[in-house]
Design a protein around this ligand. Structure first.
Ligand SMILES: [Zn+2]
Length: 394
């Protein structure tokens, strides 16, 4: 067993309300707690506390007063695809509206790409995530939309993460135009058979221009019958019954939540379903932002994720999403950081990541600043220092 003591931490965010300042983030601060330290044994956190009481270790790493946080948990991304849609982005910035149909141009490029091309791009994205402090991430399929390519996408995603989501129901592909029922039969039949072995989750884009609530119910129920967990894209473009369906089906998370009725908010507050806010999408589409304050005040569990994808939001930066959440949608820096770490872990039903407590995975991120609040305070500035995954520096 190899032990490492990370010491001289100026501000240590644990997400454990029973330690430090007893806040949501359970922060240990140099000013009040001497300097904080974390002891890592192999892959897990062994001990958290003041440097005065730190146990001996094989190796000591001095953080020089910098901040240490749990690694970001990005519970929503679409990272296996080919091509890009920068022209569409530019047109949108000129004033054209975002519509769900743009997905089909990425589908054509992805079908034409080899496994090797997709794998090389995917690995580059994973490096990009790590360098920005993301240590756990979910990846969806959804740019294949035929049996062969959807199976390739979940298989490739499974090479880099356990959190793989089958999203054959992203949109109806062009060759099934006007025959959406036949496409749903494919998604819930042969395509599900091919993709379920690589997937932990099933997802549906339930919105204008994608799938309606009855179709979404059938698709998600078929996945659930194959022991896949349920998550949804809903209420991004309009008010609809997607959030209510997510709660009814006991979804782990319902993502976007831009347009919500009072009943939606109430249903979420009474449920175990996490509302995932994806503010990079509104930034990149010029849509109105969701109202996270309303959700938090009602007692809803909120996660923050990137939704990194080539169409509506091509950022993989969780620090950028935190800055947007604080600046644009009414979250405090503490709420935004919690949502980007512990909130993401809840949205993925993970109890081994998202906080720094003894027994958890040693997924740690150094912020080169005296406080976690600098994540929102200094948007766009590269402040991520060393990143550890399972106790190993990456
Ligand atoms: Zn998405």
């Amino acid at each position: 067993m190899r032990s490492t003591l990370i010491t001289n931490i100026g501000e240590l965010v644990t997400n454990d309300e029973s330690v430090g300042d007893r806040s949501l983030l359970g922060v240990l601060r140099a000013s009040t707690d001497a300097h904080a330290s974390v002891l890592v044994n192999d892959e897990v956190i062994q001990w958290v506390g003041s440097s005065d009481a730190a146990p001996d270790a094989d190796e000591v790493i001095d953080l020089g007063g910098n901040t240490l946080i749990p690694g970001f948990v990005d519970s929503h991304s679409h990272l296996v695809f080919a091509g890009d849609r920068v022209d569409e982005f530019e047109a949108r910035m000129r004033g054209e509206k975002y519509a769900a149909g743009g997905i089909l141009s990425t589908v054509a490029a992805t079908r034409a790409a080899t496994d090797e091309t997709l794998r090389t791009r995917l690995r580059a994205f994973v490096d990009e995530l790590h360098s920005q402090g993301t240590t756990t991430f979910e990846i969806k399929s959804g740019y294949g939309l035929n049996v062969e390519t959807e199976e390739r996408l979940v298989r490739l995603a499974r090479e880099v993460t356990d959190e793989v989501t089958f999203l054959g129901a992203h949109v109806v592909p062009a060759e099934f135009n006007g025959r959406s029922e036949e496409y749903i039969a494919l998604v819930t039949g042969e395509m599900l058979d091919a993709c379920a072995p690589y997937s932990k989750w099933i997802d549906v884009f339930c919105d204008d221009g994608a799938f309606d609530v009855d179709q979404a119910r059938r698709i998600l129920s078929a996945g659930r019958a194959r022991n896949l967990g349920v998550r949804m894209h809903a209420n991004q473009l309009t008010l609809g019954a997607g959030v209510k369906l997510a709660v009814e089906l006991g979804a782990a998370a319902v993502d976007h939540c831009t347009y919500l009725s009072d009943e939606d908010v109430e249903a979420l507050a009474k449920s175990q379903t996490v509302a995932t806010i994806l503010p990079g999408v509104e930034f990149s589409t010029k849509h109105p932002y969701p109202n996270a304050r309303r959700l938090l005040d009602a007692g809803v569990t909120v996660a923050l994720a990137s939704d990194c994808n080539p169409g509506s939001c091509f950022t993989s930066s969780m620090p950028f999403c935190i800055a947007l959440a604080v600046r644009e949608i009414g979250m405090t820096p503490a709420e935004a950081l919690w949502a980007a770490t512990a909130g993401g872990a809840r949205a993925l039903h993970r109890s081994d990541v998202g906080s720094l407590k003894p027994g958890m995975k040693a997924n740690l991120v150094e912020i080169k600043a005296p406080s976690f609040r600098h994540l929102a305070y200094r948007p766009g500035v590269p402040q991520i220092g060393r990143v550890w995954i399972d106790g190993n520096l990456v």
